[in-house]
Write a protein that binds this ligand. Structure first.
Ligand SMILES: [Zn+2]
Length: 135
């Protein structure tokens, strides 16, 4: 009897762990991996707010960067609900290699040009942000 009891506890524990991990995976998949808005910051200033769900056709635009020591550009592409930097003249090209994304987990960043593209859900969109690009 005692052995059965221990076995049942083990089965229940495994079952509970399985259910919890399933919930976590489902939550991540439906609620946090894919955002709806892309916020583009340069030097901590919000430049663009783009509704990724409304971009049916792909579009590209360039953001220039000018500081005392650095000048450059990043060409940003929005396509199929995802955003990415497709061209840049920064020295490391890390931003370009990040590719297209709609994930809220990792922002796309270009350190040399102080550019950050953050993807957020509706609830996280700042209300007073500029809505320059919307289709
Ligand atoms: Zn870069």
């Amino acid at each position: 009897m005692k052995k059965d009891f221990a076995g049942n506890i083990l089965k229940i524990t495994i079952g509970v762990i399985f259910v919890i991990s399933l919930i976590v995976v489902i939550r991540q998949f439906f609620f946090s991996t894919s955002g709806t808005y892309a916020l583009i910051y340069q030097d901590n200033v919000l430049l663009h707010k783009i509704d990724l769900t409304k971009t049916s056709e792909s579009m590209e635009f360039t953001i220039d960067y000018n500081s005392d020591t650095v000048t450059g550009y990043n060409t940003i592409c929005v396509k199929d609900g995802a955003i990415g930097i497709v061209d840049a003249d920064c020295p490391d090209k890390v931003c370009e290699h990040m590719g297209m994304t709609s994930s809220t987990h990792f922002p796309i960043t270009c350190l040399p040009h102080k550019l950050v593209i953050q993807i957020v859900d509706d609830s996280e969109v700042p209300s007073d942000s500029p809505d320059i690009i919307s289709h």
